[in-house]
Design a protein around this ligand. Structure first.
Ligand code: GLU
Length: 563
């Protein structure tokens, strides 16, 4: 085979010999891996997708979003969803990086079929699923490129590379190692050998066949057809330690793992010409791509990307800490992905979110706007749809981690707490007062003496004297076994006794005749028992608190009114 050497002379280059020089330890060929990782036997429509994060910190809400979309596309087509760890950049890796990602995904109920399926557990026939454990595989594919004359070692130093950069900047040229700047492209075998023998470090570069005047196009699953200039840069495929760059690892892994659809953040669109070129040079079929726009946030009237630095809600741990129910968060994200999720939810009140058919072409390509108010709304609806037992379990699970005092109070008497969570939980029109578990403490503080401040705030329209009289009379009238309607009849009787109207209607017809009506009476009682003017069904609250406690609270209010 012929090539031009650095001095412009035609040189005979035996690429096989070069490949052996660079990769003497690799004796496999890419074809060998085809039998190690055979084609998947899945239905024709089945899609294989993956989430491929780097373990560089907490899981970002955008990461959870991308993982959810990938998981849905796989599972709703009868395919597989993989979690692959891309840890080729050891400098950026953080301790427990993989655990943090897994905790995030599993905590939100994302079902992973393959790859890291649990802490320290790799499942599946296409592993290892951590890139740092696949070095030899990448080197085998790199060797193949060298054999074909499509990759070469580059010995340029940092200084030489910055000198190139300076020239390119001054001449406003495309940055990177290409064309006349790609000095090491033409080294002869002997020159290469001499440098290697003298211990010079080197990287392996792709010998790009791209041309400035050609375009590459592909159909993005979200954005449709995209056309870009071909890649002409001889990008690095293996770093000097033999570890691949992201680009090369992506191509090799997604080929061997049988990924059919790569769904990832849109910061990768600009790398598509490199990726397609690599698939082409290796003679491999490229997967389909879809690029997700980042989640945006309203800021000062404008829109910006949700940011790790500025927004606490960028980290998925935030949702756990605040106590948003996991399926509420997932439903919110599905809602961000496809506007018609809301219609699905209305039409299928009790369906699991996985029954919704997500469509990639319905996703925004400018970035969906994140809205905590909407998230809270969705979570309120979600919690309202749970049974009291489920609310109890989830609230306790959260409190155990984040509010020890609340946990102790909730678990002191399970039946009491379950009954409490059952207030107004009727299936037709459930009360929607909690959207996250950290709201439980305040929403139900009146149920626990430890949280109840026992204040009696005066009730509008009712004089202190009347209020006191009502409460004193009521103490003898309260029957804790009365059902809801008998309980209310007692209040009507009480209203009458103190000269208030039995019915609101009656009062409205003739407001001058009464100081108030039965509603005011119930307000007095509500404030005495719960310390607030709005509460869930008072009759249920009183039954759950028990007669002694109710009387104690009434006495407390009477005392407060006496001052
Ligand atoms: N490791 C890349 C990242 O952290 C993955 C990109 C991809 O999904 O291909 O974003």
């Amino acid at each position: 085979m012929f090539g031009y050497n650095a001095h412009g002379k035609v040189d005979i280059m035996d690429y096989n010999k070069l490949a052996d020089l660079l990769f003497s330890h690799i004796d496999k060929t890419p074809a060998d891996y085809d039998s190690v990782y055979p084609k998947r036997e899945l239905g024709e429509e089945a899609k294989v997708t993956r989430f491929a994060p780097s373990p560089t910190g907490f899981l970002h809400i955008g990461g959870l979003f991308a993982a959810l979309i990938s998981e849905r596309i796989a599972h709703q087509s009868g395919g597989k969803f993989i979690l692959r760890i891309e840890d080729t950049d050891k400098k950026r890796e953080v301790e427990n990086g993989v655990e943090r990602i897994l905790e995030g995904l599993l905590g939100f109920g994302i079902k992973i079929d393959e790859g890291f399926t649990d802490f320290d557990v790799q499942t599946g026939d296409y592993g290892p699923y951590k890139q740092s454990e696949r070095a030899e595989i990448y080197q085998c594919f790199a060797k193949e490129l060298v054999k074909k004359g499509m990759a070469y070692p580059c010995f340029c130093t940092e200084d030489e590379l910055s000198a190139i950069r300076e020239v390119q900047e001054a001449e406003k040229l495309l940055p990177g190692y290409w064309g006349k700047f790609a000095k090491c492209r033409d080294l002869s075998f002997d020159e290469i050998k001499e440098k290697i023998d003298s211990g010079l470090p080197y990287v392996l570069r792709l010998k790009s066949p791209g041309s400035e005047d050609r375009k590459v196009s592909f159909k993005d699953g979200i954005r449709g057809k995209i056309e870009m200039p071909e890649n002409i840069v001889d990008v690095v495929i293996l770093k000097s330690d033999g570890i691949p760059t992201y680009h090369f690892a992506h191509v090799v892994d997604d080929y061997l793992m049988g990924t059919t659809n790569v769904i990832r953040g849109d910061e990768w669109i600009s790398s598509i010409p490199i990726h397609l070129q690599m698939f082409y040079m290796l003679g491999l079929k490229a997967p389909k791509y879809a690029h997700i726009a980042p989640i945006m946030k309203e800021d000062d009237g404008g829109k910006r990307k949700i940011s790790k630095r500025k927004d606490p809600e960028a980290a998925v741990t935030y949702y756990d800490e605040e106590g948003y129910p996991a399926d509420g968060v997932i439903e919110y994200l599905l809602n961000l992905a496809n506007y018609n999720f809301e219609d699905f939810r209305k039409a299928n009140k009790n369906a699991h979110w996985s029954e919704f058919k997500l469509e990639m072409n319905k996703m925004s390509n400018s970035g969906a706007l994140f809205d905590l108010v909407k998230l809270n709304d969705i979570c309120k609806n979600k919690i309202a749809s749970y049974t009291s037992e489920k609310v109890y379990d989830l609230a306790c699970e959260w409190a155990k981690k984040y509010d020890k005092e609340l946990f102790t109070l909730l678990t002191r008497d399970k039946d009491f707490s379950v009954a409490m969570f059952g207030f107004d939980r009727n299936p037709d029109k459930p009360r929607k007062d909690i959207g996250k578990w950290n709201e439980v403490r305040n929403a139900f503080s009146f149920m626990f003496d430890e949280l109840f401040d026992g204040k009696y705030d005066e009730v509008e329209n009712v004089s202190k004297e009347d209020a006191k009289k009502m409460l004193e009379l009521y103490k003898d009238m309260y029957d804790e076994n009365a059902d809801n309607s008998a309980w209310f009849d007692t209040l009507k009787d009480l209203a009458e006794k103190v000269g208030f109207a039995r019915e609101v209607k009656e009062y409205k017809k003739n407001p001058e005749a009464f100081p108030g009506h039965v509603g005011d009476v119930s307000n007095v009682l509500r404030v005495a028992v719960t310390g607030r003017t709005k509460s869930p069904d008072l009759c249920s609250i009183m039954k759950t608190l028990g007669k002694d406690k109710v009387i104690e609270r009434i006495d407390r209010a009477i005392n407060a009114l006496a001052i």
